[in-house]
Design a protein around this ligand. Structure first.
Ligand SMILES: Cc1cc2nc3c(=O)[nH]c(=O)nc-3n(C[C@H](O)[C@H](O)[C@H](O)COP(=O)(O)OP(=O)(O)OC[C@H]3O[C@@H](n4cnc5c(N)ncnc54)[C@H](O)[C@@H]3O)c2cc1C
Length: 285
């Protein structure tokens, strides 16, 4: 289908873009991998598109103040291939490498994916497990939002009209942290039927730190705190991993669609959670 008519502008500065977005009637265009399909399906019909693609510096990935700052316009490919991220925040690079295909990874951006908040998108599980902070700007100011407060519901975030994500602040992993992202791929779309991101640390034979982010299972990505609490303090043997992973869907309503019933998806979430914990633990050395 063809989208309804719209105006297109391509500002060269962030301030210009924010000014154009200020009245809430225009939409930002990043990689267009979600916005353009939804416009073609007429699920979205913005009067004006503000293309962020000509604004320089919005895709940088740098280390600063003990963390890593990832520009919102960094493409999935730039995230997956960043040497800095691979060395110091490998979970994000691993999640990015699981997204779609080469074309999608060359065009789609981390900011666009976070803002779109697709419940089956790959990044949100890792953004939650990493407890990232999202820097958000509008024509009237700036604020920083924790990942836990950002993903509000299906395709719904804490972003207000006129606001743009400019940066994502991720931690530099402490030495010895094991991470893993496990994804059960939906065979038609490539999105996550279930995706589980894990960060884990072990000291003195006991797990001292665990963060588990889940996508695909329910209407929005979430932190599986019951799993985190159950595995912390344990040695991490297979029985303990299974027992903790069994809690992944506690307090969560599992999605059900033509591809997977709620029961099947829940069972897959348990299996993929156990795999992600076991793989992350094996990487803690
Ligand atoms: C064939 C195909 C397969 C895919 N497979 C996967 C997959 O396996 N896993 C997965 O996670 N995703 C997948 N995607 C989605 C892809 O990751 C998109 O790149 C992503 O969802 C949106 O990023 P974008 O940069 O293209 O944003 P756009 O499509 O340009 O924008 C999406 C939304 O975010 C808003 N937006 C964009 N940037 C910002 C910003 N900086 N601040 C505030 N709002 C902003 C836009 O206004 C729009 O509402 C797939 C897409 C396609 C077409």
């Amino acid at each position: 289908m063809i989208p309804v008519n719209f105006d297109y502008v391509s500002p060269s500065t962030l301030d210009d873009a924010l000014g154009m977005l200020a009245d809430g009637s225009a939409k930002a265009l990043a990689g267009g991998m979600s916005l353009i399909p939804s416009m073609k399906l007429r699920l979205s019909a913005p009067e004006k598109i503000i293309d962020l693609g000509r604004i320089t510096g919005l895709n940088s990935i740098t280390e600063a103040e003990g963390g890593i700052r990832i520009g919102a316009m960094a493409t999935h490919h730039e995230v997956e291939s960043s040497r800095l991220l691979r060395e110091k925040c490998p979970l994000l690079a691993e999640a990015a490498s699981n997204i779609g295909d080469v074309q999608v990874r060359n065009m789609g951006t981390i900011g666009g994916s976070a803002a779109h908040a697709d419940p089956a998108a790959d990044y949100p599980a890792s953004l939650l497990a990493l407890e990232v902070k999202l820097r958000i700007r509008s024509a009237s100011g700036e604020r920083v939002v924790d990942a836990a407060d950002f993903f509000v519901d299906t395709f719904t975030t804490a972003l207000e009209p006129g606001e743009l994500i400019t940066e994502i602040h991720a931690p530099v992993e402490e030495p010895g942290t094991g991470v893993n992202y496990q994804k059960m791929v939906q065979p038609a779309s490539g999105y996550a039927m279930v995706g589980v991101a894990v960060r884990i640390r072990r000291a003195g034979g006991k797990i001292t730190f665990a963060r588990v982010g889940v996508t695909g299972l329910s209407g929005k990505a979430y932190r599986a705190v019951h799993v985190e609490n159950a595995i912390t303090g344990r040695a991490g043997n297979p029985a303990e991993i299974q027992a903790a992973a069994a809690l992944v869907g506690q307090d969560v309503e599992s999605n059900s669609d033509i591809f997977a019933s709620a029961e099947y998806r829940m069972e897959m979430a348990r299996i993929y959670t156990a795999r992600a914990i076991a793989t992350a633990l094996a990487r803690t050395a």
